[in-house]
Design a protein around this ligand. Structure first.
Ligand SMILES: [Zn+2]
Length: 322
């Protein structure tokens, strides 16, 4: 059965795509527990070690709305626990990764950490030696994915700062190289960190995604405003499914589009997801007997309504706070 929703101001009945081809299979969680904790460090049973010396509080994670894929016009459901992880690159300056550069590598790494701390950018930063630094506390929100959309098989998440953790790799997409890369130490660190967070918060593998997959630009309704980890993210090495093959939720749920710049910035793996999303949009529009563009604009209107509601409630909260 294809579920549908009714637009508030029209008599049109619009059906949302439910054939979300998630790359996720059965979720397997690794049992990870805290072994030791001092003021500065935490160690875990899977080898994860977190350096807390740069940890900083930010705004607490207040309940955030999620929208049912099956009934997007209904009341949102409110949640307060993190539901996913967005992986980033810092896009900061890089020195050659070799012993002769130790002094530079350390200095650059510390500069990045200080910047990230000052701006509450991410929850965790993994430096080039694979050291994991806690920045924003897990209980708080970080400013890592402002305008963004993702969905799992049941619900749609909008603006993931409140609902997803942000983990950044200290790396830079080199000119001419197209895609970012991580050191072996970073890949290992990200794997054990992801295991710990997924186990602690029961995060689905389908909700572990890269910034390029979720970032949107509401002013031109294009996906891929940020393109970090647009390709080459080591999903499998982290014990995750290759989520590049999942259709970007912004396209299938809210009718976002993409332009050649985004396609150029991505690796071939993400194209599978894009073409699946196009197929879904076309077949859903056909099922409605609507031209694709008209169907898209109905979905886009829904997104704009949601964003307007979110903005209004944020403004209300601010006026209460002052
Ligand atoms: Zn990013």
């Amino acid at each position: 059965m294809i579920p549908g929703y009714k637009l508030a101001n029209t008599k049109e009945r619009v059906f949302l795509p439910m054939t979300h081809v998630s790359a996720a299979g059965i979720d397997i969680f690794t049992n990870v527990w805290l072994v030791d904790k001092t003021q500065d460090f935490e160690t875990y049973s899977n080898g994860l070690r977190i350096d807390n010396r740069y940890a900083v509080p930010n705004e607490p994670r207040v309940p955030y709305p999620v929208y049912q894929r099956a009934a997007i016009d209904g009341q949102p459901e409110w949640r307060s626990q993190a539901a996913g992880i967005v992986f980033h690159t810092t896009e900061s300056d890089q020195a050659a990764f070799e012993a002769g550069q130790i002094r530079n590598l350390k200095r650059i790494g510390e500069d990045v950490l200080r910047f990230v701390k000052r701006n509450h950018c991410y929850h965790f930063l993994i430096d080039r030696f694979g050291q994991v630094f806690r920045v924003v506390q897990e209980s708080d929100i970080a400013n890592h994915s402002g305008s963004s959309v993702w969905a799992d098989d049941r619900v749609i998440y909008v603006n993931l700062n409140a609902s997803f953790f942000g983990i950044a790799f200290e790396t830079q997409t080199q000119k001419g190289q197209d895609l970012a890369s991580a050191t072996a130490a970073q890949v290992h660190a990200a794997r054990v960190l992801t295991q710990m967070l997924r186990n602690k918060y029961r995060i689905q593998a389908a909700n572990c995604v890269t910034h390029a997959q979720v970032s949107v630009n509401p002013s031109n309704m294009l996906v891929g405003y940020h393109t970090d980890w647009a390709g080459n993210f080591p999903f499998l090495e982290l014990g995750l499914n290759d989520n590049y093959t999942a259709p970007p939720a912004a396209i299938v749920a809210f009718g976002f589009d993409y332009d050649p710049t985004f396609v150029h910035a991505t690796g071939a793996r993400i194209w599978q997801g894009l073409s699946l999303a196009e197929d879904q949009i076309r077949s859903q529009a056909a099922a409605q007997g609507l031209p694709v563009q008209q169907y898209r604009s109905i979905l886009q209107k829904k997104y704009k309504e949601i964003i307007a509601t979110l903005k209004a409630s944020a403004a209300k909260e601010n006026s209460h706070a002052t």
